[in-house]
Design a protein around this ligand. Structure first.
Ligand code: AHR
Length: 499
């Protein structure tokens, strides 16, 4: 492979990298809430039911915003079941994952957890089996000062001050036949419009995310999105949601590592739809993109993996990640950074035990391979994404055509230049030169490398650090340029000091 180069100029900026692209997701699903972030009987738990080992691992992940309570679960959820005295909350059979839900964790517990971990809360209302008015009442419960029915209910439940939830999703994957209360697009728009108007009338300060189509493979792809944005307009739909789960079902790693080319395309297609709607409406305003579910998920998809058979917190969607999944997770984030002008929020689905970077058992917490990839980028948040002029060899992938061996993104943050780079080549190292035209690079700050000779390597309870980042020190500076050798199949996060 020839030398790869990334040429940058600190004035050639794409846009601010919104901290909210480092979001996460917690759903009442499997062992995500119960046995995940809420385990009141565990000896390590605080009075909010959060274990100290889980708390520490989540803190290090530098997550900014968390979506709750689903997912598919949201479309059958009645928020009033999850507030008030815990002993009087109803135990119900929920239909999204066929599990038993005790409602012991609900709105107040979630917002308290967010405060503890410095997360912004993001709630998804039920537009499946719920009513627009129920959604509006939830906004009152959370966000209004005392003096009215639902706000007073919150005060009685122990939260005198409003919970201040700034972002709300208008349902979840409503184009999907699997969704409770799934409807054709016009019917969804009727529900979403009614809910959005009442929710914003109740608290004009909130931002709303309308349901986009739930995956590029869906027959609704792009058309549904355009329709929804047209009907709701940017006043009611501040954001349109994108979802994406990927995997290597074919066992073709070269093709799998190219998959994020199609993530770029997904973002650009929905962005084109948003721009088209804004142009047609002759509006200076537009709807932005909220990638509120994304991850690798292809193994834990059998009937047993998704059906709770009436149990309380059964292990569902218990995906074990390997090293190549970590590279793909890193590349998702690089794609969001490259589209910083339009992608404002993104939520890794999910955070604990369910398609998650963290697994728990009675004795501890396991950081999966994808944990390290996510943290390497999220711990370097802040700054402006830069345009890159890249020169590099490419290969032909089965599904995605020509794909560059290098996948990268760059952020300028004051005096610091952060460059993220994946070498997709499975056998050859890549010589990479990074040159910033207007400012020389004169020092290297703490940088990290994630690499492994085996794409299938996993972290296990017996061997929990098989896949983990290491300090990356072999970074040369020559006349203001940076030279590094990226090992085959590796991901580097470089923090560089500019002169
Ligand atoms: O994250 C798991 C599920 O995937 C979510 O509940 C749903 O929205 C999506 O289909």
């Amino acid at each position: 492979m020839g030398v790869a180069t990334v040429n940058l100029h600190t004035k050639f900026q794409i846009g601010t990298v919104d901290d909210r692209i480092f979001g996460g997701f917690l759903e009442h699903l499997g062992r995500c809430i119960y046995h995940g972030v809420y385990e009141p009987d565990h000896h390590l738990s605080d009075d909010g039911g959060l274990r100290s080992d889980v708390r520490e691992a989540l803190q290090d992940l530098s997550v900014s915003i968390v979506r709750y309570p689903g997912g598919n679960f949201a479309s059958g959820y009645h928020w009033e079941h999850g507030v008030g005295n815990r002993d009087s909350r109803p135990t119900v059979r929920e239909l999204a994952w066929q599990s038993t839900e005790t409602n012991h964790f609900g709105t107040n517990e979630f917002v308290h957890l967010c405060r503890k971990l410095n997360w912004q809360p993001m709630l998804a209302v039920n537009l499946g089996t719920g009513s627009p008015e129920e959604a509006r009442n939830w906004v009152e419960y959370c966000n209004l000062d005392s003096g009215t029915y639902y706000a007073d209910q919150r005060v009685r439940n122990g939260d005198e001050a409003p919970l201040r939830v700034p972002i709300w999703c208008l349902g979840n994957e409503m184009d999907g036949p699997w969704q409770l209360g799934h409807v054709p697009v016009d019917e969804y728009c009727n529900r979403a419009q009614m809910a959005a108007k009442m929710m914003k009338d109740c608290d004009p300060g909130i931002e709303l995310v309308a349901c986009g189509s739930s995956a590029p493979r869906m027959p609704t792809y792009v058309e549904w999105d355009q329709h929804v944005m047209r009907r709701l307009g940017p006043d009611l739909a501040d954001f349109i949601s994108l979802h994406r789960y990927v995997g290597n079902s074919e066992g073709d790693s070269e093709d799998y590592l190219a998959i994020t080319k199609s993530v770029d395309q997904q973002i650009e297609s929905i962005d084109a739809a948003a721009r088209t709607v804004a142009a047609r409406q002759n509006s200076g305003r537009r709807t932005y993109l909220c990638f509120d579910e994304w991850n690798v998920w292809y193994r834990a998809r059998t009937r047993e993996d998704v059906d709770g058979v009436g149990k309380f917190a059964p292990p569902l969607l218990d995906e074990t990640y390997n090293f190549e999944d970590a590279l793909v997770v890193a590349m998702f984030l690089l794609s969001f950074i490259r589209h910083a002008d339009v992608v404002k929020i993104a939520n890794l689905a999910q955070l604990v035990n369910v398609i998650a970077p963290l697994k728990t058992n009675e004795d501890g917490v396991l950081k999966q391979s994808i944990y390290h990839a996510f943290r390497m980028v999220s711990s370097r948040k802040g700054g402006q994404a830069l345009h890159q002029a890249i020169s590099c060899d490419s290969y032909k992938s089965k599904t995605y055509g020509d794909v560059a061996y290098l996948d990268s993104a760059a952020i300028i943050d004051g005096e610091e230049l952060k460059v993220f780079a994946v070498n997709r080549h499975l056998t050859e190292a890549m010589d990479l030169i990074i040159a910033c035209a207007d400012r020389p690079c004169n020092a290297v700050n703490e940088s990290e490398l994630l690499c492994h000779s085996d794409l299938n390597a996993e972290n296990t309870w017996e061997n929990p650090t098989q896949v983990a980042s290491t300090a990356f020190e072999e970074i040369e500076l020559m006349e203001g340029q940076v030279r590094v050798q990226l090992p085959p199949q590796s991901f580097a996060a470089l923090s560089l000091q500019l002169g």
